[in-house]
Design a protein around this ligand. Structure first.
Ligand SMILES: Cc1cc2nc3c(=O)[nH]c(=O)nc-3n(C[C@H](O)[C@H](O)[C@H](O)COP(=O)(O)O)c2cc1C
Length: 503
């Protein structure tokens, strides 16, 4: 130590003291935890392996994050694997989305979808923009759009304010619609000036009177709002069929109370179904009431489980006349997303869209109700081939919720129910919301929608048709148990309209 200046010596002494203090304190903490763990009665691992047992929970927690980066294969994770997320991410950033060397997708796995390319694909100059479709030909204000890829229902509440603002502005830029979800129409949905689909859930948020009943006055107001193009009555969603919800009093702020039409500071209950809709007759009555009062095309959303009712429903529409039909039917997949739901409903309740979509399309064809009832499909359609499959199966358009969440920056942290979403998409924590800049993310939302349209069109051209809405079942093939593919048209043969319903 000879030769060192006194100041350095003193600093070394201080650091040595701090080191001894830190080691001593750590030993004391470990000793305390050891006895605490050994004599607590709640956790058996920690009781048997004091202190060390704590690492298990810690590593399990970390594994949730690290698997995604280091261990999971590109096509392995659920609900969305890295390949799907990467496509959505790159499409939203409008950066080169081509791949090199060859596909990493195993095409021998049962259920894999592939497309039947044509020997003479469409020349680039034959390509057409998606053809328009009309909703609600018999209502006062029919709605026409070219878009076949739109933003699925997610309420302001499940999503943060900057997320809804980005979606609204991005939807306007890309010319697609934005579904409000069941939390009512907020100023943030309208901010960007996009086409809006107003969803009415079981609590009738945004469309209810002081007693919580559906209000014709509010429906008329919706009809007078130039941005609101259609109304969707929500019966169920794939992630939680038959489940209601409670909005805790603390979340019913002045703003939420105004948007949803509920008393401020009081908890609000969403019943697990519409209490006044007890039968198919009631459902049709309700759809017609909403359409008459608002003047807007009106449809409903449900996940298919039991399906015998489809025949009864089509017969009822035929008895009453096709004017009485819903203008669209949004079919949600049993594996759809949500802000929060019980695991058994999320995992095992309701049919996946790959089964329910062809079934509903066939039923509507059988009764001659296509294209009177437009079919919208949602459920894990985040890449072009998934959207193209739905169009081949017979959907008029596809809705995506989580695809657009990826466009907003979602990293699949799966924290939507905890107010801790690290990307600000589903949290009301202002600090976390800061990460989501609505201006930047609105461009990503628009890019994602545009690139989706572009690449689904590429699939269509390769199949030999001029635009995505011309895709048919025979354009898609599905790998069967023996590793060979069968046409979607063989798996689900097109159903002829019954002679009595051929108009
Ligand atoms: C955060 C979040 C909130 C949602 N909120 C609603 C809602 O209010 N109403 C509804 O009908 N569906 C809601 N959904 C379901 C979606 O609209 C969609 O039907 C489902 O997630 C399947 O589409 P996806 O696979 O593209 O996400 C929500 C989904 C998510 C992820």
């Amino acid at each position: 130590m000879i030769g060192l200046p006194p100041l350095v010596l003193r600093a070394l002494e201080l650091m040595a003291t701090l080191f001894v203090f830190a080691v001593g304190t750590s030993l004391l903490v470990i000793l305390f935890l050891y006895f605490f763990d050994k004599y607590q009665t709640v956790n058996s691992i920690r009781r048997n392996y004091p202190v060390v047992g704590r690492f298990r929970a810690f590593f399990e927690h970390l594994g949730e994050f690290f698997r995604q980066y280091f261990f999971a294969m590109d096509r392995e994770e659920l609900p969305f694997n890295r390949a799907q997320r990467l496509w959505a991410d790159r499409a939203s950033k409008n950066i080169d989305n081509t791949s090199a060397f060859g596909s990493t997708k195993n095409l021998a796995v049962e259920g894999t979808v592939m497309f039947a390319n044509c020997l003479f694909p469409r020349l680039d100059d034959e390509a057409m923009t998606p053809s328009p479709i009309l909703f609600g030909p018999y209502c006062k204000q029919p709605y026409q759009t070219n878009s076949f890829f739109n933003i699925s229902a997610m309420s302001y509440g499940a999503l943060s304010k900057p997320a809804v603002r980005a979606l609204s502005r991005g939807a306007e830029m890309a010319g697609i619609w934005l579904n409000t979800g069941e939390g009512g129409v907020s100023p943030w949905h309208l901010e960007g000036g996009c086409d809006v689909v107003f969803q009415i859930g079981t609590a009738k948020y945004g469309a209810r009177d002081d007693n919580g009943e559906l209000s014709d006055e509010k429906l008329r107001e919706a009809g007078n709002n130039p941005n609101i193009k259609m109304i969707e009555l929500k019966l169920s969603q794939g992630a939680k069929p038959g489940k209601g919800g409670i909005l805790p009093a603390i979340k019913v702020t002045e703003e939420i109370s105004r948007i949803r039409g509920i008393p401020q500071g009081e908890a609000s209950i969403s019943p697990n179904r519409h209490p006044e809709i007890n039968s198919l007759e009631d459902l049709l009555d309700m759809i017609n009431r909403i359409r008459d009062a608002s003047g807007l095309p009106t449809g409903f959303k449900a996940v298919i489980g039991a399906y015998g009712w489809l025949d009864e429903f089509c017969k009822l529409i035929r008895q009453r006349g096709i004017e009485s039909a819903p203008d669209f039917f949004t079919i949600d997949s049993g594996d759809g997303g949500t802000g929060a739901a019980p695991l058994p409903l999320m995992d095992e309740m309701g049919l996946p869209i790959r089964e329910s979509l062809p079934m509903v399309v066939d039923k509507l064809n059988e009764y001659g109700l296509r294209p009177r009832i437009r079919v919208l499909a949602s459920g894990k359609r985040v890449t072009p081939s998934e959207v193209a499959w739905a169009l081949c199966a017979g959907a008029d358009a596809v809705n995506s919720a989580r695809g657009f969440m990826f466009a907003l920056g979602c990293i699949q942290a799966m924290k939507c129910n905890r107010n801790t979403c690290p990307t600000g998409v589903t949290t009301h924590n202002k600090r976390l919301q800061r990460g989501l800049d609505p201006t930047d993310k609105s461009v990503r939302v628009a890019n994602y929608a545009r690139n989706m349209t572009k690449e689904v069109s590429i699939i269509a051209h390769s199949c030999g048709v001029t635009e995505p809405r011309k895709l048919k079942r025979f354009h898609a093939r599905v790998v069967s148990a023996n590793g060979l593919s069968v046409g979607l048209n063989e798996l689900h043969p097109e159903v002829e309209t019954r002679p009595e319903f051929k108009d």
